[in-house]
Design a protein around this ligand. Structure first.
Ligand SMILES: CC(C)(COP(=O)(O)OP(=O)(O)OC[C@H]1O[C@@H](n2cnc3c(N)ncnc32)[C@H](O)[C@@H]1OP(=O)(O)O)[C@@H](O)C(=O)NCCC(=O)NCCS
Length: 124
C-alpha cells in the first residue's frame, strides 16, 4: 500500500526547532525535526513514522525536505544525529560518518548504590 501524504514545514517559537510534518487525511503519519545549536551545528532529531505507514518512503521524503532546507539555509554547518538502528542506514547512505555506539543505562536515584534491576524489559 502507498499512502498519499502532504509534508508541511513548521517552526517553533522556542528552542530553535524546525519540523516537517507528514499528514494523511488530516492525521500525522510522520515527522522529523532539526535544532540549531551554537558553533554552526545542526542537530537532526526525533524522526518518527506511524507504524502502519513504515517502509513506504515517508522518512526518506521528510529527510529530503529537511536536507534541501539545510543546504539552502545552513551551508557549511555540521549536521549530526544520535541514531537508532532503523535510522542509521539513511544517514550512512547520505554521507554521515559513524561515531561510537552509545548504550542506554538507568537506575533509580537512591542513597543505596547496590544493584537494582532494570525497569525496562530486556528482550534481545
Ligand atoms: C526509523 C523510521 C523513522 C523509518 O521510517 P520509514 O518511513 O519507515 O522509513 P523509509 O520507508 O523512508 O525508509 C528509508 C530508509 O531507512 C532505512 N530503514 C527504515 N526502516 C528500517 C528498519 N526497520 N531497519 C533498517 N533500516 C530501516 C532503510 O535504509 C530505508 O531505505 P530502503 O527502504 O530503501 O531500504 C521509523 O521506522 C520509525 O519511526 N521508527 C521508530 C522511531 C525511530 O526509531 N526513530 C529514529 C530515531 S533516531
Amino acid at each position: 500500500m502507498h499512502t498519499e501524504y502532504t509534508i508541511t514545514q513548521f517552526s517553533t517559537h522556542a528552542q530553535g526547532l524546525t519540523g516537517w510534518l507528514a499528514t494523511h487525511r488530516g492525521l500525522s503519519v510522520g515527522h522529523i525535526f532539526m535544532q540549531e545549536e551554537p558553533n554552526n551545528r545542526i542537530k537532526f532529531l526525533d524522526a518518527w513514522v506511524h507504524p502502519d505507514h513504515r517502509r513506504e518512503g515517508i522518512f526518506r521524503s521528510l529527510w529530503e525536505e529537511r536536507w534541501e532546507y539545510v543546504l539552502d539555509k545552513h551551508p557549511g554547518h555540521t549536521a549530526y544525529a544520535w541514531c537508532l538502528p532503523s535510522s542509521l542506514p539513511m544517514l550512512l547512505d547520505n554521507g554521515f560518518t559513524q561515531g561510537d555506539v552509545c548504550v542506554y543505562v538507568e537506575r533509580e536515584i537512591t542513597a543505596d548504590l547496590s544493584f537494582c534491576g532494570p525497569t525496562v524489559p530486556i528482550t534481545c
